[in-house]
Design a protein around this ligand. Structure first.
Ligand code: PRP
Ligand code: URA
Length: 209
């Protein structure tokens, strides 16, 4: 079974609480999401493999760790996942970005895929799928399924807020994929929104409501 990592560092928790507030503006929401994504990125990348490399400092030669791989891909689930990309790119400016477009059908709450674009040879890369909300888990499960269909295996999932139902659904569909979240909330409501959550992440990031 995959591991669920709850990244409840005080700075992460404080920023998330500010994002939850209904009065937080789109401008502040976006900035907080970028900051929290960067902070979460430290933990999400913690077990990236390193290899010892010999370098010459101004003083002498020495052997030190460097990243073993040089191919990393951040995959936001559109739209809301886009809000987490800049923070991670600050941490890993060398990363590639792939996109998966999914929206939840408002009646069935089932995800519908409308876009898929990855860097060439993405299956060789280390992948972080990002989306602020893990509600029913349908969108994340589908996105992870699409990547696997294209041969990807080194994938991890990063969400800001998750419902227990979403975590269970992703773990059932993808027991091999670790999940990183800032908080696990109580439950879903009758519209499959996370309670207490932070509302509609896409609308709050892009100011569409
Ligand atoms: C939201 C969110 C996730 C999805 C989570 O996107 O960003 O992608 O819902 O819900 P789930 O776990 O039940 O699938 P939404 O469908 O509202 O699309 P948007 O990002 O374009 O606003
Ligand atoms: N999508 C969101 O943006 N928020 C939720 O609470 C659930 C799905």
């Amino acid at each position: 079974m995959s591991e669920v990592h709850v990244l409840d560092h005080p700075l992460i928790s404080d920023k998330l609480t500010r994002m939850r507030k209904v009065e937080t503006t789109t401008q502040d929401f976006r900035l907080l999401l970028k900051e929290v994504s960067l902070l979460m990125g430290y933990e999400v990348t913690r077990d990236f493999e390193t290899k010892d490399t010999t370098v010459t400092t101004p003083i002498c030669e020495g052997t030190f760790p460097m990243l073993a791989k040089n191919f990393f891909t951040i995959v936001p689930i559109l739209r809301a996942g886009i809000g987490m990309v800049d923070g991670l790119l600050e941490l890993m400016p060398f990363a590639h970005v792939g996109h998966i477009g999914l929206y939840r059908d408002e009646e069935t709450h089932e995800p519908v895929e409308y876009y898929y674009k990855m860097p060439e040879n993405v299956e060789r890369s280390e992948i972080i799928v990002v989306d602020p909300m893990l509600a029913t888990g349908g969108s994340a499960s589908d996105a992870l399924g699409s990547l696997k269909k294209h041969g990807c295996t080194n994938i991890r999932l990063m969400n800001l807020v998750a419902a227990p139902e979403g975590i269970a659904a992703v773990q059932k569909a993808h027991p091999d994929i670790d999940i990183y979240v800032a908080a696990i909330d109580e439950r879903l409501n009758e519209n499959a929104y996370i309670v207490p959550g932070l509302g509609d992440a896409g609308d709050r990031i892009f100011g569409t409501k």
